[in-house]
Design a protein around this ligand. Structure first.
Ligand SMILES: [Zn+2]
Length: 257
């Protein structure tokens, strides 16, 4: 999945106590980890992270007191058992502001066996108010017992295969937009009305891929408009807005001069 899919899943699913984020590159894993942390501290009852509450705002600015990132002390050193014991002690304490504290462990696959066993003790009986996010390039280096207690978030490259019906709609939308054909945009958006939530999310992914696939053939501002239309669509879908309105939003964004 990519970050927008993770965001969509978070807002419609439940939050787990522990995650392993794997795949992609270190920066993307960290972004995904921060998104999970934000969801953990968000005040909203559902649809986390809401993006607008006090805790979300602090999380986005990287100044939330209840979100910590545990990094290796040195590039070539692993996490030690002492680091993990200290983490365990901090996680046991109630958070300062949010209902949950989030603990992101960078390069979690660089825990040695003792450190992993210390981590395992935490995962076996996680404090109610703590969420752990293990970032790992190579999760195979983690103990099976650790992995089995975490929800795994696998980021791209493995791209999800999308329904061709949806990639067709995305292509027709982009084509009509490219031609400045307002009627064509309206026509291409028509089947969007009947799509369910998952299909709508996939359509936005298809629209992004379609845009990226046209790199060089679209002007930068046109590519941006298509991307913004997809982002805006995601927001509506996240808020459980029905297909008809999502279609309307796409039309409004793509037929402006
Ligand atoms: Zn929030």
């Amino acid at each position: 999945m990519d970050i927008s899919e993770l965001s969509a899943r978070l807002s419609s699913g439940r939050l787990f106590h522990a995650y392993i984020v794997t795949g992609a590159d270190a920066d993307t894993r960290l972004r995904a980890g921060k998104l999970l942390a934000q969801a953990a501290v968000c005040q909203a009852e559902r649809g986390v992270p809401c993006g607008v509450c006090r805790d979300c705002v602090k999380a986005k600015r990287d100044i939330h007191p209840d979100i910590e990132i545990v990094r290796r002390e040195k590039e070539n050193a692993g996490h030690t058992v002492d680091t993990m014991r200290a983490l365990r002690a901090r996680a046991a304490v109630l958070p300062n502001e949010a209902k949950r504290g989030a603990h992101i462990i960078d390069d979690a696959d660089f825990m040695n066996i003792q450190a992993q066993n210390a981590m395992l003790k935490v995962l076996e009986e996680p404090p109610e108010h703590a969420v752990f996010v293990l970032l790992a390039d190579n999760p195979q280096r983690l103990l099976e017992t650790v992995r089995s207690r975490c929800e795994t978030v696998s980021l791209n490259p493995e791209q999800t295969v999308l329904d061709p019906k949806l990639t067709d709609i995305a292509r027709e939308l982009a084509d009509a937009f490219d031609r400045r054909d307002a009627f064509g945009v309206v026509k291409a958006a028509q089947p969007v009305e009947k799509l369910g939530k998952t299909e709508l999310f996939d359509l936005m992914t298809a629209l992004r891929r379609e845009t990226l696939g046209r790199a060089g053939r679209l002007s930068a501002s046109d590519a941006e408009r298509l991307m913004e239309a997809a982002d805006s669509g995601d927001k509506l879908i996240n808020a459980n807005i029905k297909g008809g309105y999502v279609a309307g939003e796409l039309i409004a964004r793509l037929i402006q001069p």
